[in-house]
Design a protein. Structure first.
Lengths: 97, 482
């Protein structure tokens, strides 16, 4: 019998901290249920016998896709249309640490 | 005893500065001095729908480094996402490699010979992206916002992780210098570029726990940071306070390490294979091809300096630990055949004066011919050792011909017995008390020699001066007995 994956409230809180999001009590309970059911679904995969198989890291068998080392500068002003906050040419982010 | 049982491991990040583009996109790597966020593109900024593509030359450069460090190259390697929320990565993850379960860094194992009887084993080599530069408004403690410049973000780094084989801060510095020299010989790295080499250090003292120090950005600072940490930890231990396992931050301005409360542990990074980058297969043929193209490396060069040129082991080690210095030595050798004398000058006065002028060997404007000329002036006794130092300093400051300096400043050695005897007579007249002392005390003779040097501004031949003074003292003694 595969183990039933259950995620704890503590794990939800830790994940929220890693993702830098604040969750309400209701959201924590909701995500606990939802993530648990996702993990339970994945438990089905544990039933498959894969002992003889090498791990699959990539689904397509592509190897050695390289790029020549030739510079192609990009007009950076286009990229700078996306950041929500700027200060001069710097991108402004919240204070960290 | 302070410094006993110290174990140090280093995690060194070197930019592969020979590459013209970033690791996964075609942005140029000459970002230094550019206005913020001008060296970016949708790929390195992690815009949705973009795909990273690996720089071919980065793989070649990493294989070169692996060969030079005697590492075992993975025939099958791939990239991993290291997930964390921090604005120094635009994507909220860094494309790196992973040495844990399911990971395959580009190479494992290997070693660096420090040349002083010690060998430092290498744990692994991996390719990864350089993070962005963060600027704080105000100080790091009081800043309300972080300003980010992504120009550097995505530049190829090779991470070199050692085993905890280093036993002193001096050896940590020596390791970095040797590593720099190896990478510069390979031509993949330029240590003179600001911020091109940075490192983190793990350090533990006998019976203590491992403390990680982050943010070390120079060869001198690695020694300073580790010294500080040894003092801090041993003082805690001697007072019976437990050293906690933690990550500390090297504050290079205040020259102290400060505690960083980092709560992320390795599993929090949720490493998983980078789905956007296909794995890399490195064939034996490719490795052989790279091997054949390897240039001469420091250890081999040292052997040649010792065996072919007859330079002492010790001097040869100093020379090859700085590629520019070893190159300069060979250039000078074309003009002056006595290799050992030449090496003595270069590793001695030459390096000492560069240090005091805060110059690197590459900044030296002196022509190799001029170093040869200076040594010949010494050989011909036109200059004393003391004068040669003064001439060398002038040469380093101006790049001028030593003969011209000697002529212009009248820095010739005074080797004429007649001339020196006159000066000694004067010193004897003006220092009667010292003469009396010198008659009974050999050490007081130094004072008289010093007076002659003062009057001649260092130009007097020291041996001849000493001989004349001794003769004269002998005469005084004899006349008194009579």
């Amino acid at each position: 019998m595969p183990r039933k994956s259950r995620i704890t409230l503590k794990e939800i809180e830790h994940l929220a901290w890693l993702a830098r999001v604040q969750l309400t009590k209701r959201e924590k309970r909701l995500f606990k249920e939802q993530l648990s059911s996702i993990l339970e679904y994945f438990d089905k995969l544990d039933e498959a016998n894969v002992e003889e198989l090498p791990p699959t890291f990539h689904v397509v068998e592509h190897y050695n896709v390289f790029r020549e080392d030739e510079p192609r500068p990009f007009p950076s002003d286009i990229v700078l249309k996306n950041p929500p906050k700027m200060k001069g040419r710097f991108i402004k982010a919240p204070r960290i640490v | 005893m302070v410094g006993d049982g110290v174990k140090i491991g280093l995690e060194v990040h070197c930019q592969l500065t020979s590459l013209k583009t970033k690791l996964f996109c075609s942005c140029p790597t000459d970002y230094r001095g550019k206005p913020p966020n001008t060296n970016i593109c949708p790929v390195c900024m992690g815009e949705p729908g973009t795909l990273p593509v690996l720089n071919k030359e980065a793989v070649r450069a990493a294989v070169m480094v692996a060969l030079a460090l005697h590492s075992k190259i993975s025939r099958f390697t791939y990239f991993t996402r290291k997930n964390y929320f921090y604005p120094d990565m635009a994507k909220n993850f860094q494309i790196s490699q992973y040495d844990g379960v399911g990971g395959a860094p580009i190479a494992k194992g290997g070693y660096v010979d420090l040349g002083n009887g010690k060998v430092v084993r290498i744990r692994r080599l991996q390719l990864e992206e350089d993070p962005a530069r963060l600027v704080y408004e105000g100080t790091i403690d009081t800043a309300t916002a972080t300003l980010v410049d992504y120009n550097r973000h995505g530049v190829a780094l090779i991470e070199i992780v050692t085993e905890p084989d280093i036993t002193s801060p001096e050896d940590a510095r020596r390791f970095l210098q040797k590593l720099r020299s190896i990478l510069e010989h390979l031509g993949v790295f330029d240590g003179e570029l600001e911020g091109s080499m940075r490192c983190d250090a793990n350090i533990s003292l006998e019976g203590g726990v491992r403390v990680e120090i982050k943010n070390i950005s120079s060869y001198k600072d690695v020694e300073r940071a580790l010294r500080f940490e040894i003092t801090r930890q041993s003082s805690l231990i001697s007072r019976g306070i437990r050293v906690v396992r933690e990550t500390r931050f090297w504050d290079e301005r205040r020259r102290v390490t400060v505690s960083l409360r980092v709560k992320e542990t390795e599993e929090d990074y949720r490493y998983f294979p980078e789905p956007d980058l296909p794995p890399v297969v490195i064939t034996d043929e490719f490795i052989d091809e790279v091997k054949r193209s390897l240039p001469i490396l420091p250890d081999e060069r040292k052997r040649i300096f010792v065996e072919k040129y007859g330079v002492s082991e010790q001097n040869a080690e100093v020379l090859v630990n700085d590629k520019a210095l070893a190159d300069f030595f060979e250039d000078c050798l074309k003009h002056y055949g006595k290799a050992q004398e030449l090496s003595n000058l270069l590793v001695g006065d030459f390096l000492a004066q560069l240090h005091s002028l805060n110059l690197s060997v590459r900044e030296v404007k002196v022509k190799p011919e001029y170093i040869a000329k200076l040594l010949r002036l010494l050989d011909k006794k036109v200059l004393t050792g003391h004068l040669a130092k003064a001439v060398l300093r002038e040469m380093l400051e101006t790049g001028r011909d030593p003969e011209a300096i000697v002529e212009e400043k009248g820095l010739r050695r005074i080797g004429s017995r007649e001339e020196l005897e006159k000066i000694v007579d004067r010193v004897f007249r003006e220092n009667r008390k010292a003469v009396e002392d010198a008659l009974v005390n050999e050490k007081a003779v130094h004072f008289l020699v010093g007076q002659v040097m003062r009057i001649t501004r260092g130009k007097a031949d020291p041996n001849l001066t000493r001989q004349i003074i001794k003769n004269k003292l002998e005469k005084v003694r004899a006349s008194r007995k009579a």
